[in-house]
Every structure is written in structure tokens, then in C-alpha cells.
Design a protein around this ligand. Structure first.
Ligand SMILES: [Zn+2]
Length: 385
């Protein structure tokens, strides 16, 4: 992966390249960014640049023997650690058990979703993690001599999924690193990384993609008119994975964006407000069909709608600059926003977050959504004053 093939984050790229030019590569770095920001791809591009035998001013060459191996993620001095799942055959899984499918997963796109990865490993409901046995592997690999490049690079994707004993062993390695070793931790949840690890790593903040960057990415794969792409980029709010999914799911009716998420959201709000139980039960059946990953997208979507409606309610002027909504969302929100106010916005958002974390933990989805719908029915009736 080379920098020029990754959209956005131009300043970060320059900063990373500069660390190599002035020989100030910090040995432990934490790449932090939202889902769909391209942080793993940037981490790999950085490592590839460091190891490239024929560096150009602003990127790796892409064709030298080192780059050739990086392009396939098979360079002997490049190591990956990532969450894995236990299976009937693998009771103590490590990253190397899944390395082939991992390479395929990483190379198919610049954007990587944790849930996609779980699905790709064939996990139905077991939770992924970086387990204790992985730390032995890490120590073993880093004690090897470098084969071909000056640096050994270890990229730890979703470093927040490390269990505590693996994290403590990693901490020791970061405190006393083997020579010429670079750790790149990649995460979406800075708060779930051990404080002691965080304080010993250099934080690299990967930005959300801008609307223009999202549109230019979407144009590579989708033929849709500018209005639709603009709507999608606003909804995606910097998450390229969400933008791609919305583009695929967009129904092009009457020239606007119509997504299943919008329909589900409006149904939930109307029926919860009316305490229409039969309609809510029907709604739950619809949500259950989405599957875990899309349920998560729906919750993200609902959180955004709640937030935007709250902004609309508190803002004096309903200008485009304040509210990031697509056309039909705006029509709905013009009537809906008075119902989202300071007395219920936090309750509603917390309930959504709670449901998301229960879904992550594989709680029974219909019960979670029923519980949420009933609470919404109560919260939406809270008076603004
Ligand atoms: Zn090269």
C-alpha cells in the first residue's frame, strides 16, 4: 500500500514521511481514527515507506523488492497482530492462524471494518480478541533478526481488543524495545487502550475523510448524480465504509437518497411516540433481519439523526451549515426536531449506545431492540420544559 493510493490525510502523510527523512521515527505509535478513515492502510503505507529501497520524495517506489513484498503483505520483517476468534479446532488461536485470510481482507480495500473481519473469519457469534498466547508469538517474532530491512515493523490492529495479560506483555516490549523495532498500534477506541501503553506511544490522529474526499472515492465505483453523492457524503460523516454501504443501498427514487436506515428510523420514532406496540413488534422483526453489522450501522445512523435534530432544535436558524442532513431527512426533521430537546437527548443517545454495546456482546437482538423501543416511547413524551 502506498500513500498516493490512499485518499485524504495529506498532512499526516507528510508528517510521517518527514519522520523518516529526519530520522526521527518514534518506536511506538498509536494510530487513532474512526472506522472508515483508512488508518490501517496509512499504517501499512508508512511501514512500506520506511522499508522501501528506493524512496521517492513523497512516497515509496512501489516496485523495489521490498515494496513488492509489501504489496502482498508478505515481507518477512512486517508482522501483524489482530483480533482472532476461537473455533472448535482452534481453542488457542493466534493471528498467524488466520494470516492468509487476513491478507485478503486487508488488500481488498483501504477501509476495514471490525465486523467485516469477524464475518470473514467465519465467526457467527464468538467474540474476537487478542489473547494471552499472542504475546509469546510477539516476543518470538521480535527476537528474530531482521531479514531484509533495517526495521522490523509490528502492526497491531484493533489494539484495544488485547486482553490484559497480552497488553501487559506488550507494555514491557514497548518500554524496552528490541533494537530497530517499530510498533504501530491501530485503534478506534483510545480510551480502551491501557493508560500505561498510551503514555508510551506517540499519538497519530487520523482525520475523518472530508465530504469532497468521500465523493471522489465514491465516483470511482458508482455512477450517481452529484446530489445523491453529496447527500451520502453528508450522512457518512467521514466514514468511507458507511459511505460505500449507503451508495450500494441507495434506492434512486425521485432523485433523492432513500435508505433502509431512514425508513427504520422514522418508523421507530412515529410508532414509539404513539406507543403503537403491534407496529413496534413489526419494526423489531425488520431490524432483526439486518444482522449484527447493519444493526450497528442503524444505531450509528439513529445517533446522528438524534444529534442533528437536537442541533436543529437549539439553533435559531436552520441553516445548512449547522445541520448535516440529506433532503428527505431534512423534510422529516423539520417536523420532528421539536421532540428532541435538552431533557431527553442524552437519555435517547445513551439508550442507543447501550443497545449497540449489548449487540456487540451478542445479546439477543430482538429483546435489546424491544427494550430500546419501549424506552424511546417514554423518552419521546418527556416535555421540553
Ligand atoms: Zn520501494
Amino acid at each position: 500500500m502506498i500513500f498516493k493510493n490512499i485518499t485524504g490525510n495529506e498532512l499526516i502523510k507528510k508528517r510521517l514521511i518527514d519522520t523518516v527523512k529526519i530520522n526521527r521515527i518514534s518506536h511506538a505509535q498509536l494510530f487513532l481514527g474512526i472506522e472508515g478513515s483508512g488508518k490501517l492502510a496509512l499504517a501499512i503505507a508508512y511501514a512500506q515507506y520506511i522499508c522501501c529501497k528506493n524512496k521517492k520524495e513523497d512516497d515509496a517506489c512501489g516496485v523495489c523488492p521490498s515494496c513488492n513484498k509489501y504489496n502482498k503483505l508478505i515481507h518477512p520483517d512486517l508482522h501483524f497482530v489482530f483480533p482472532v476468534v476461537k473455533t472448535a479446532k482452534l481453542t488457542k488461536p493466534i493471528s498467524d492462524d488466520f494470516i492468509k485470510v487476513w491478507r485478503e481482507f486487508v488488500l481488498k480495500s483501504n477501509y476495514h471494518s471490525y465486523n467485516d473481519w469477524l464475518e470473514m473469519m467465519g465467526s457467527d457469534n464468538s467474540q474476537g480478541g487478542i489473547f494471552t498466547q499472542e504475546s509469546q508469538e510477539i516476543i518470538k517474532k521480535l527476537n528474530l533478526k531482521t531479514y531484509e530491512s533495517e526495521y522490523k515493523v509490528m502492526i497491531i490492529w484493533m489494539a484495544d481488543k488485547m486482553n490484559i495479560s497480552a497488553a501487559n506483555k506488550l507494555l514491557k516490549l514497548i518500554e524496552e524495545p528490541p533494537p530497530k523495532t517499530l510498533f504501530i498500534l491501530v485503534t478506534e477506541n483510545e480510551g480502551e487502550i491501557l493508560t500505561t501503553i498510551r503514555s508510551r506511544t506517540q499519538l497519530i490522529k487520523i482525520s475523518r475523510l472530508t465530504d469532497d474526499e468521500i465523493i471522489s472515492e465514491l465516483k470511482k465505483r458508482h455512477e450517481a448524480d452529484m446530489n445523491i453523492l453529496t447527500d451520502i457524503s453528508r450522512i457518512a460523516n467521514g466514514n468511507m465504509l458507511l459511505a460505500e454501504r449507503l451508495a450500494v443501498e441507495t434506492v434512486r427514487d425521485s432523485g433523492g437518497v432513500n435508505t433502509i436506515y431512514f425508513d427504520l428510523f422514522t418508523k421507530l420514532m412515529r410508532n414509539a411516540f404513539a406507543t403503537n406496540i403491534p407496529a413496534l413488534l413489526e419494526w423489531i422483526e425488520e431490524v432483526a433481519k439486518l444482522g449484527r453489522e447493519r444493526q450497528k450501522f442503524f444505531i450509528d445512523y439513529a445517533l446522528r439523526m438524534i444529534r442533528e435534530n437536537f442541533v436543529m432544535n437549539t439553533a435559531k436558524e436552520h441553516t445548512d451549515k449547522l445541520v448535516y442532513l440529506a433532503n428527505q431527512e431534512l423534510d422529516f426533521s423539520k417536523k420532528f426536531h421539536p421532540y428532541i430537546h435538552k431533557n431527553n437527548v442524552i437519555l435517547l443517545s445513551e439508550e442507543l449506545n447501550e443497545t449497540a454495546s449489548n449487540i456487540e456482546r451478542n445479546a439477543y437482538d430482538k429483546i435489546c431492540f424491544l427494550d430500546m423501543a419501549l424506552k424511546f416511547s417514554k423518552y419521546l413524551k418527556i416535555k421540553p420544559q
